[in-house]
Design a protein around this ligand. Structure first.
Ligand code: BGC
Length: 397
C-alpha cells in the first residue's frame, strides 16, 4: 500500500533480463509462449476442471497464509531485501500455514513492445516458486504486483497487461487448482474503479480462453480497501473468482515509520489498543482520511487521544466486509494485513491477534503481510520465527 523507491525507475531499466541463476523447471510446468499473440484458443487447448470448482470452497481452502513480500515484486529479486530460499517453503509449511501469496513484478520482466514476451529466465524462477510451494502442500497465489505504469497510464498499458496474463495463464493452465491467479495488486491512481472494472473483464476473458481451472483473486479498487469493494463490479458469468481486500487500519498505527510515505502517515509511537503516546499533528488528523469518513460517517480510522485505537474499529470494518460478502454472494479473502516493525512489539501482537481473530470469526481466510522484511515474522539471518507474532497468527504454535 505504499509507494516504492523503484517506482520512479524508468521502464527501460526494468526490462533488463533476469540474470540470476535459476533452478530448472518441473516437467509439470508448460513451456513459455514466445509470443503473446500466439496465445489463442485455437493454438492452445483450454484446461478444464475435473469437477466444477466452488469459489467458496477455494476461499476457505486458503486458510492461513503469508505473503512472500519484498522478494519478487522488486524489479530484480533481492533489491527489496529478500531472495527466496528453498528452505522458506518448508519452514512456512511446518509452521502450519496453508498458503503463500507471491507478489511478482511481471512487468519488469516483459518486453515493452508487442508481443510483450515475458523473459524465460524469470518465468523459470516463478516455476521454481510454484513447484516448491506445491511440493510442501501450500496453496500458491501468483499476484501481479507493482505494475506502477499501469496504475499511472492504463490506456497505454492495458494491452501489455492482458498479453502478460495470457502468457502466465497459458504456462500454468495445467497446474493443480491449488494455484490461484491474482491479476493485479491494489488497483489505484489513474486505474480508477471504472477503469479497473473494464480492464478486469478483458483480462479475465483472456485468461479464460486458455485456463478454465484456476480460481481468480480479484482486488478491490482504491488500493484493495474494504471501501473499494463498494465500487467493484462483480464479474458476469465468472463463478470461479474470489474477491479480495487488504486491511491496514488504522493506517497511522500499522504504517508508522514506514519509509517513503507522505507526511500524513509519518506517525510514531501509536499504540494498539490505546491512544497514541505522541499526539498526532493537525495535518495527520484530516486530509487523506476524509474519504474514509465518507463511508463510515460515525467512525474514523484515525487514532487521536480522544478517539483511540480501538478493537471496535476492526470489528466494524470487518462486519461491513461480511455484509458485502453476504449481499454479493461472492467469497472474500483478506489478502494482506500487517503492522510495520516500527510499532512496539506488544501493540503489533495485539493488533495482529485482533485482526486475525475477527477475520476468522467471520470465516475469512487471510494472508499476513509479510514473511521476512519490515512487517515480517521470520528472521532470515537467525532463521527463527518471531514467536510472539507467529503466536498471534497461529495460536498454539
Ligand atoms: C506493498 C508493500 C507494502 C504493503 C503494506 C503491499 O501491497 O506492496 O510495499 O509494504 O502493501 O503497505
Amino acid at each position: 500500500m505504499v509507494r516504492k523507491w523503484w517506482i520512479s525507475v524508468p521502464l527501460l531499466v526494468l526490462l533488463v533480463a533476469c540474470s540470476k541463476p535459476t533452478p530448472s523447471a518441473t516437467a509439470a510446468v508448460e513451456p513459455a509462449t514466445t509470443s503473446a499473440s500466439s496465445v489463442t484458443p485455437t493454438s492452445v487447448k483450454r484446461s478444464e476442471p475435473a469437477v466444477p470448482i466452488d469459489a467458496f470452497a477455494q476461499a476457505k481452502r486458503l486458510g492461513r497464509g503469508v505473503n512472500l513480500g519484498n522478494a519478487l515484486e522488486a524489479p530484480q529479486e533481492g533489491q527489496a531485501g529478500i531472495v527466496l530460499q528453498e528452505e522458506y517453503f518448508q519452514v512456512i509449511a511446518e509452521a502450519g500455514f496453508n498458503t503463500i501469496r507471491v507478489p511478482i513484478n511481471w512487468s519488469a520482466h516483459a518486453m515493452a513492445e508487442p508481443p510483450y514476451t515475458v523473459d524465460e529466465a524469470f518465468f523459470t524462477r516463478i516455476d521454481w516458486v510454484i513447484e516448491n510451494g506445491l511440493k510442501h502442500g501450500l496453496n500458491v497465489i501468483i499476484d501481479m504486483h507493482d505494475y506502477e505504469e499501469l496504475h499511472g497510464d492504463p490506456s497505454s498499458h492495458k494491452d501489455r497487461f492482458v498479453a502478460i496474463w495470457q502468457q502466465i495463464a497459458t504456462r500454468y493452465r495445467n497446474q493443480p487448482d491449488s494455484l490461484y491467479l491474482e491479476p493485479l495488486n491494489e488497483p489505484h491512481g489513474e486505474l480508477t474503479p471504472i477503469w479497473w472494472n473494464g480492464l478486469l473483464g478483458q483480462v479475465v476473458t483472456a485468461i479464460r480462453q486458455v485456463d478454465g481451472v484456476h480460481t481468480l483473486i480479484v482486488d478491490a479498487p482504491d488500493w484493495g480497501t474494504i471501501q473499494g469493494l463498494l465500487q467493484i463490479e462483480i464479474l458476469k458469468g465468472e463463478e470461479n473468482a474470489i474477491y479480495s481486500f487488504h486491511f491496514y487500519d488504522p493506517f497511522p498505527f500499522t504504517h508508522q515509520g514506514v519509509e517513503g510515505t507522505t507526511a500524513e502517515y509519518q506517525t510514531t509511537g501509536v499504540q494498539w489498543p490505546g491512544p497514541p503516546s505522541t499526539p498526532l499533528a493537525p495535518n495527520q488528523q484530516a486530509g487523506q482520511f476524509a474519504w474514509v469518513r465518507k463511508w463510515f460517517q460515525d467512525y474514523s480510522t484515525l487514532p487521536t487521544a480522544s478517539n483511540p485505537c480501538s478493537p471496535s474499529q476492526v470489528v466494524k470494518q470487518l462486519d461491513w466486509a461480511l455484509q458485502w460478502q453476504e449481499s454479493s454472494g461472492k467469497p472474500l479473502f483478506m489478502g494482506e494485513f500487517g503492522a510495520y516493525s516500527a510499532a512496539d512489539m506488544q501493540s503489533r501482537v495485539n493488533w495482529t491477534t485482533t485482526v486475525r481473530q475477527e477475520a476468522e470469526a467471520r470465516g475469512f481466510s487471510w494472508a499476513y503481510w509479510e514473511f521476512a522484511a519490515g512487517f515480517g515474522i521470520y528472521d532470515p539471518t537467525s532463521r527463527k520465527w518471531n514467536q510472539e507474532l507467529l503466536g498471534a497468527l497461529m495460536p498454539g504454535s
